[in-house]
Design a protein around this ligand. Structure first.
Ligand code: ATP
Length: 375
């Protein structure tokens, strides 16, 4: 592994069209991706992730800024001169060729000898666990198998960087979850830098070393999955990655005596009977809904000022909780984080969440954006 970053994006910008029709797809993006990282670009539809990926691949020229691969400026280089390969969502396999021929194709173009070609293709097929499928045609494979062939084809000439554009998007939920595990294992095995575009936060959290969260063409936060989930820096990130309560500045001040907008994860909130320790924040409200989810239940509460609050609590702690009844909730002061207020999050609902794409446990993209006073 090299100390030189695999990819550096410097002040990257891309706009399409001109004048009043100008669309700024990517704006002021600065990003460093290390050698050997599994790095995800996460964001809602239209946030600029694919455009960034296409610029790294060389399919799109930046309007401004620079792209460096292994320290070399490739901004103006043609795609085939860059040491990167791309796996697209639709796989783009050659239907008339066998699986092995598909994988060999890139090596043939590079004039690698016949025996060497076959050997490397067979080896790659083994790494994607399809050793016995080399003679089949793509039409004789399942979606997940085709996806793995596409991966093998992209990896066989050992690019320094592999770009993956929603590669699991077309798979059903179960296969997708299996492929997430496999993809990560394959990446670890081959040690190649993966840049993975997805709008599915669960996918990004479970696979990545680090994630960049995109909103409206800009990066709102870069961090490890844990950093992003536990310490979202903006209200957009808090709501897009998992579910969050975003407390307005007025409510944060009233409840916690702190300045600015704060976020609290629903799973950090408990049901309590009375005031608890000094280090905790307690608040009273009325239960508006209880959703039973098995081990846990999700309680929606309305606070005195009309703000909603969401709590995820163990179902066996629900005694005495009833819709329309009073409730008291508490959370540790350490569970609340100041966030920059970047939302409007209702937009996310409108143009991003495709329910069939998202695993059940991640269909909770709602943000509870409290209205307490000053918004
Ligand atoms: P998705 O997940 O839906 O692919 P994305 O985050 O990858 O979304 P991009 O495809 O990068 O988003 O698009 C960013 C913005 O740029 C969008 O508003 C899109 O409509 C616009 N855009 C992308 N390509 C073009 C183009 N060739 N001409 C005009 N506008 C474009």
């Amino acid at each position: 592994m090299s100390d030189t970053p695999a990819i550096q994006l410097v002040g990257l910008r891309k706009s399409f069209g001109a004048g009043e029709h100008e669309v700024v797809a990517v704006d002021s993006v600065d990003l460093t991706i290390d050698d050997g990282e599994f790095f995800s670009l996460l964001g809602p539809s239209g946030s600029g992730k694919t455009t960034v990926l296409r610029m790294i691949a060389g399919f799109e020229l930046p309007t401004a800024g620079a792209i460096l691969l292994q320290g070399h400026d490739v901004t103006r280089q043609a795609p085939y001169d860059r040491d990167v390969n791309t796996v697209f969502q639709d796989y783009a396999l050659f239907p008339h060729m066998t699986v092995l021929e598909n994988i060999e194709y890139g090596l043939k173009v590079k004039k690698v000898g016949r025996h060497e070609r076959r050997r490397r293709a067979a080896e790659m097929l083994d790494s994607v666990r399809l050793g016995n499928y080399g003679h089949r045609k793509p039409s004789q494979l399942s979606g997940g198998q085709r996806q793995r062939v596409a991966l093998a084809r992209a990896l066989v000439n050992r690019p320094k960087v592999l770009l993956l554009d929603e590669p699991l998007g077309a798979l059903d939920l179960k296969l997708r979850e299996e492929m997430q595990v496999e993809l990560k294992a394959i990446q670890r095995e081959v040690g190649i830098t993966f840049v993975f575009v997805t709008h599915d936060q669960g996918e990004a959290l479970s696979m990545s070393n680090r994630i960049a969260v995109f909103n409206l063409g800009r990066i709102e936060q870069v961090g490890t999955p844990r950093e992003i989930y536990d310490h979202p820096e903006t209200s957009f990130v808090a709501g897009f990655v998992g579910t969050s309560n975003v407390l307005s500045a007025a409510l944060s001040h009233e409840l916690m005596g702190v300045a600015g907008v704060h976020s609290v994860r629903p799973e950090r909130i408990r049901v309590v009977q009375e005031h608890t320790a000094e280090s905790e924040v307690t608040v009273a409200g009325v239960v508006t809904d209880v959703q039973y989810l098995g081990a846990d239940s999700r309680i929606r509460v309305e606070l005195a000022d009309g703000s909603p609050l969401l709590a995820n609590v163990p179902s066996d702690g629900l005694v005495g909780v009833a819709i329309g009844g009073p409730i008291r909730l508490a959370w540790s002061r350490f569970a609340a984080f100041a966030v920059a207020d970047t939302v409007p999050l209702h937009d996310i609902h409108e143009h991003d969440i495709h329910e069939h794409d998202i695993p059940q446990q991640h269909q909770q993209h709602d943000i509870i954006h409290s209205q307490g006073g000053d918004q």
